[in-house]
Design a protein around this ligand. Structure first.
Ligand SMILES: [Fe+2]
Length: 205
């Protein structure tokens, strides 16, 4: 039996319409995410001792992964980890503003929510090629906006994700074609701030 399985979406393919369309969600989840998982499983099957190690540990300690599968773990393990995170950070009931400690910290760190969103958008827009934009808690415990390329994930850089946006073309091209900025602006309508706040509280322990 495969170690990693595709987690079901916590909502229907069409639930995030009109901001993300149903066909994009179906292909993104059922094909792209599934492919990352299949390739991760194939790599792990070659080195069964790695099956006992949690995925986040493999990604943080990539230098200990056998060289033959290191790139596969980085790309497809990262893709698995990032997409597991991504489905949770969106919701048909999302959008608006966060409550509780997260909004206070965003205001402290960035000034207000709008300034934070503008800076996050700029980071997301300027990822060259395929990658992600993140709000993370860094090693010093501070909120930071950071990009990652391809399927690299913040935990590989000693940062833990609170919020993350997939800006690979596969995430938006059917509906938005080359208009990545329109996709980024639309995405704020479906951001699951409750989950982001929970992520933050878990990081802070
Ligand atoms: Fe993706």
């Amino acid at each position: 039996m495969s170690k990693y399985i595709l987690p079901p979406l916590p909502y229907s393919f069409g639930a995030l319409e009109p901001y993300v369309d149903a066909l994009t969600m179906e292909i993104h989840h059922d094909r792209h995410h599934q492919t990352y998982i299949d390739n991760l499983n194939a790599a792990i099957e070659k080195y069964p001792e790695l099956a006992k190690i949690p995925l986040d540990k493999l990604l943080v300690d990539l230098e200990f992964v056998p060289a033959e599968i290191r790139t596969t773990i980085r790309n497809h393990g990262g893709g698995t980890y990032n997409h597991n995170f991504f489905w949770q950070i969106m919701s048909p009931k999302g959008g608006g503003a966060p409550n509780g400690p997260l909004i206070d910290l965003i205001k402290q760190r960035f000034g207000n929510l709008e300034i934070f969103q503008m800076q996050f958008n700029n980071t997301a827009k300027s990822v060259f090629g395929s990658g992600w934009a993140w709000l993370v808690v860094d090693a010093q415990g501070e909120l930071q906006i950071m990009p990652t390329l391809n399927q690299d994930t913040p935990i590989m850089f000693n940062a833990r994700p609170v919020l993350g946006l997939d800006v690979w073309e596969h995430a938006y091209y059917l509906k938005y074609q080359n208009r990545r900025p329109d996709y980024i602006n639309a995405w704020w309508h479906i951001v699951n701030w409750e989950q982001a706040t929970e992520n933050y509280l878990i990081i802070k322990g």
